[in-house]
Design a protein around this ligand. Structure first.
Ligand SMILES: Cc1cc2nc3c(=O)[nH]c(=O)nc-3n(C[C@H](O)[C@H](O)[C@H](O)COP(=O)(O)OP(=O)(O)OC[C@H]3O[C@@H](n4cnc5c(N)ncnc54)[C@H](O)[C@@H]3O)c2cc1C
Length: 382
């Protein structure tokens, strides 16, 4: 057991940190206010290889691992959680489905441009009546000759405002529950007639990220776009969400560490009662508690990532990491706003944005309640 990053991972961490500091920090506030990501920055991130970290070089990826991907998620989200979720949905939800379940031809055709950063991906599972309970899915795909005709609507599809490729889940058999009737499709969002993408849904946090309703009206897809066996869409979605939760846990970790760093910097400068507010023991003890919680969450994120990298069962470990890290992110950001007083509450400093951004980590890719369902379902006497 080794709790230290090896040299290769340390170097990757430095690279991610440097990209976040130089390319994202200067525009993070503006992107939040404009409710839009800077697409040039995303293209640069793609050129840096940030959109294909855990995927094989054979398909144009960086040939690294899930642990490196969590380092990227933490470093990017320390500065901007909207960019964090953009990378996460692309990497864990979209690319992993094709990587794990695609044929060799699908990997060459659809995965390669995603992991080499020339295209962006998204994942359409949630519908208005199917959130925590996917069984409520109503989007259908009906056979027409060899093709499939898709009808329905997906809500909250992150990245859909600019993404090229969507992993879409539709019922190919309505006579059985969605867990057996859903099939995954690889859909070209930009060039397929019948697809409408709404404006960005207005949100409390991660406001720069793209998050829209995607409507499918008589959308024709060819059979080469069916991903995995018919009726195995639920399994494909759940497998993607297991790995996705590691990325979201790392995003939460980054938000927490980013906010604490900001508060510590502020507390060195801010003087009240004749001394810097960092000099009060109350403050020092609070900071110590928060850093301890963040470090505990980081170990859980790394444990889940290493389990995935070692091909060990990791679903419940990912759920624990997300449950813990998202709770820590909410506690830490709230405390950091409090610590900075009125200035923490103002837009001039990033901690209010971080507090708004932290909330979603307890909701998407499975709420904290759903995480407890996953964890309790896997518990054994130890
Ligand atoms: C900003 C954002 C980005 C998103 N990105 C994507 C995306 O890219 N792709 C995608 O497919 N989806 C995406 N989602 C959807 C997200 O995963 C869902 O919102 C989430 O899973 C919860 O579903 P819901 O919103 O329908 O809430 P509901 O399922 O209606 O839950 C409401 C409340 O009830 C609780 N609850 C539900 N069932 C139970 C139960 N059995 N026991 C106890 N409590 C329960 C929940 O925990 C929650 O507190 C995104 C959502 C948001 C807000």
């Amino acid at each position: 057991m080794d709790f230290k990053l090896d040299k290769a991972h340390q170097l990757q961490q430095e690279l991610f940190r440097s990209f976040a500091e130089t390319e994202i920090r200067p525009i993070a506030k503006e992107m939040d206010e404009n409710e839009a990501l800077d697409l040039d920055m995303l293209k640069k991130a793609a050129k840096y290889g940030l959109f294909g970290i855990p995927y094989s070089k054979e398909y144009g990826g960086a040939g690294s691992d899930t642990l490196a991907y969590t380092l990227c998620m933490e470093e990017i989200s320390k500065v901007d959680a909207s960019t964090g979720v953009t990378i996460s949905v692309h990497t864990s939800l979209c690319c992993s489905c094709i990587n794990n379940f695609g044929t060799e031809e699908q990997k060459q055709t659809y995965l390669r441009p995603l992991v080499d950063g020339s295209k962006f991906g998204c994942f359409g599972l949630t519908e208005t009546n199917a959130g925590s309970d996917v069984q409520g899915a109503q989007t259908t795909a009906v056979k027409d000759g060899d093709d499939w005709i898709i009808n329905g609507s997906k809500i909250f599809t992150t990245n859909s405002g600019f993404a090229d490729t969507c992993i879409l889940f539709a019922l190919t058999d309505r006579t059985v529950p969605a867990s057996k009737g859903l099939t995954a499709f690889i859909v070209d969002l930009k060039n397929t007639p019948g697809i409408t993408v709404s404006d960005n849904i207005e949100r409390m946090g991660i406001r720069a990220a793209s998050n829209c309703i995607v409507t499918y009206e008589n959308v024709r897809v060819t059979p080469d776009r069916v991903l995995g066996p018919l009726g195995k869409g639920f399994k494909i979605a759940m497998t993607a969400l297991d790995t996705g939760r590691i990325g979201i846990a790392a995003q939460a970790l980054g938000i927490a560490q980013g906010a604490l760093n900001e508060a510590i910097k502020y507390g060195k400068e801010r003087k009240q009662f004749g001394k810097p507010i960092n000099a009060f023991q109350n403050t020092q003890f609070k900071m110590a508690e928060l850093q301890t919680k963040i470090d505990a969450a980081r170990l859980m994120v790394w444990r889940a990532a290493c389990a995935e990298d070692n091909h060990e069962p990791y679903g419940p470990l990912a759920a624990m990491a997300k449950l813990m890290a998202s709770d820590v992110a909410n506690q830490v950001t709230r405390e950091c706003v409090q610590f900075m007083g009125g200035y923490g509450y103002c837009r001039e400093y990033p901690v209010e944005r971080m507090m708004r951004d932290a909330k979603i980590t307890e909701i998407y890719e499975g709420t904290s309640e759903v995480m407890k369902m996953v964890i309790s379902g896997s518990m054994k006497l130890k």
